[in-house]
Write a protein that binds this ligand. Structure first.
Ligand code: BYC
Ligand code: FE
Ligand code: FE
Length: 470
């Protein structure tokens, strides 16, 4: 078992102690990180003990370690998944060569940009979620929020380690800037679109962890294939934490739906709002918003960047190993071009369509998640079906940006869009209603009226477990 050395200031399994310069640089960054956490991380709850899971080893069984800790004392550290065999580059023009242990000079800028973009999303999400602790619908949910937050903080650590260790002075500067950009700030925003959107209520939080964290999963899967080995191993370990984030989103929305269905069954003639529940069509609008925004995070459908990254062997496909061949040359991907108001099929070289290939896997997984939500309605006999938007709907990046499509993907004109947008995306009134429900519930074992309790506790704890000591 690869133990993590907790005796050091920065817990790690990368033998940080053997590189004093690096260790000192990271120890200088650490107080800046803690200051950032105190300024921009969760408000109000930094002195409370939270029932958190901490990694005590990078092996599977190192994952079941739970204890009450204060968030600023969470042992943020640097963990890389260990090697099984001598790693080789698995795809692109360097397929079969030894994986790089140091940054290959010719790909330094691309790698740096990929790592900085990945890193930037982690603190951004913590900033977006910083006020949610104040309105948590239960201690269970509050604990889950904070678990997600500390792990996103650790993901930032993972990327900052790679920047400090492998990118010299530039890397240190980038690491500093990661603590300076701010989600939603007009002058100094986070890099990617969705990470500047406000996420101020719990329905948004659950949609975010469902759809936006799942982009995280897919981007990490593709970077976990990287021929730059330290990046690949960092991302592999980050992926082990991602499953819980998506669990929070998948089950969170399901519990909101279940509660609404219960209210609809009990009061079939009433508006669910009269009984403090969230109408299903309103939930659908939140889904459309976060789902379509998160689709933007894969970049343009046809992208020379993605072709370059693949050719270079620095960003692969998710589960590259399951493909029969790894060159992706002389192959084509058929995608729907939108030009002059018409959709036409066009074959583009596969390497240029790697963003779209990754998006395909992501969309399939989301559709399964929507089916899970539909089963909540079926189980309670409520006649409503949730839908995942067509990938053309409400996009701001790529081929479909700047044009209008309905949620089924049919092109529409501006007037039709304007006449219908209030049915498709959350209106000011929707947001105000959801906001009005956001009253904290902090009694052990109790839940806000708009959400059903979870099926089981964290780490099999009892219903009234004190997840957060207030
Ligand atoms: N917003 O060729 P294109 C996570 C830019 S989430 C703003 O289409 P490319 C997490 C693009 O940068 C995972 N800008 O894109 C989740 C480029 O700009 P430059 C995060 C965008 O490069 C929840 C230009 O448009 N990880 O971990 O093929 C909680 C044309 O670019 C956007 C990664 O993203 C956008 N949505 O692909 C916590 C992985 N999309 O260079 C954490 C690393 C594109 O011309 N990043 N642009 O100035 C990448 O692999 C790629 O940068 C992207 C874009 C997939 C994002
Ligand atoms: Fe993350
Ligand atoms: Fe995440």
């Amino acid at each position: 078992m690869t133990q993590i050395d907790y005796s050091q200031k920065i817990p790690n399994n990368v033998d940080l102690g053997s590189d004093k310069r690096l260790q000192r640089a990271l120890e200088r960054w650490q107080p800046d990180y803690i200051n950032w956490w105190r300024d921009m991380g969760p408000t109000n709850f930094n002195e409370n003990e939270i029932y958190l899971r901490t990694a005590i080893s990078v092996e599977r069984d190192g994952w079941a370690h739970f204890e009450h800790v204060k968030m600023p004392d969470y042992r943020w550290g640097i963990f890389l998944t260990p090697h099984e065999t001598e790693p080789k580059i698995g795809f692109g023009d360097h397929e079969g060569e030894d994986a790089w242990q140091q940054v290959p000079g010719e790909y330094r800028n691309w790698l740096r940009r990929l790592i900085v973009t990945q890193a930037d999303t982690e603190p951004a999400s913590v900033e977006q979620q910083r006020l949610l602790g104040l309105t948590a619908p239960s201690l269970y949910d509050m604990r889950n929020l904070f678990q997600v937050n500390v792990e996103e903080g650790r993901h930032l650590w993972a990327m900052v380690y790679v920047l400090h260790r492998h990118f010299g002075k530039d890397g240190r500067e980038e690491a500093d800037e990661l603590l300076q950009r701010r989600s939603g700030n007009a002058d100094h925003p986070r890099i990617l679109t969705t990470f500047n959107e406000p996420c101020e209520d719990w329905l948004s939080f659950f949609c975010f962890t469902m759809f936006t964290d799942r982009d995280g999963k897919y981007q990490l899967l593709s970077l976990a294939e990287s021929g730059f080995d330290p990046l690949a191993r960092s991302c592999r370990f980050m992926l082990t934490e991602e499953a819980h984030h998506m669990f929070v989103g998948q089950t969170g929305v399901a519990r909101v739906i279940r509660r609404t269905c219960e209210v609809m069954n009990e009061f079939p003639d009433a508006d669910p709002r009269e009984h403090g529940a969230i109408p299903l069509d309103l939930i659908q609008r939140y889904i459309y918003f976060w789902a379509s925004s998160s689709l933007d995070l894969f970049g343009a459908e046809v992208s020379s960047n993605s072709a370059n990254f693949f050719a270079a062997g620095i960003k692969g496909r998710a589960y590259e190993g399951k493909y029969e061949e790894h060159g992706a040359m002389d192959q084509f991907y058929e995608f729907e071009r939108y030009q002059d108001g018409r959709l036409t099929k066009e074959a583009v070289p596969l390497r240029n369509a790697m963003n779209e290939v990754l998006r395909d896997g992501y969309v399939d997984e989301n559709i399964k998640g929507i089916e899970y939500w539909n089963r909540e309605c079926e189980k309670t006999g409520v006649d409503f079906r949730f839908a995942y938007p067509n990938r053309r709907f409400s996009r701001t990046i790529g081929e479909y940006a700047g044009s209008h499509f309905d949620p089924e993907g049919t092109p529409i004109d501006e007037a039709t869009w304007k006449a219908n947008v209030a049915q498709w995306l959350p209106s000011a009134e929707d947001k105000a209603y959801v906001k009005s429900l956001m009253q904290p519930v902090t009694e052990r074992g109790k839940y806000a009226g708009w959400i059903a309790p979870p099926k089981r506790g964290i780490n099999s704890q009892a219903d009234d477990y004190e997840y957060v000591k207030l």
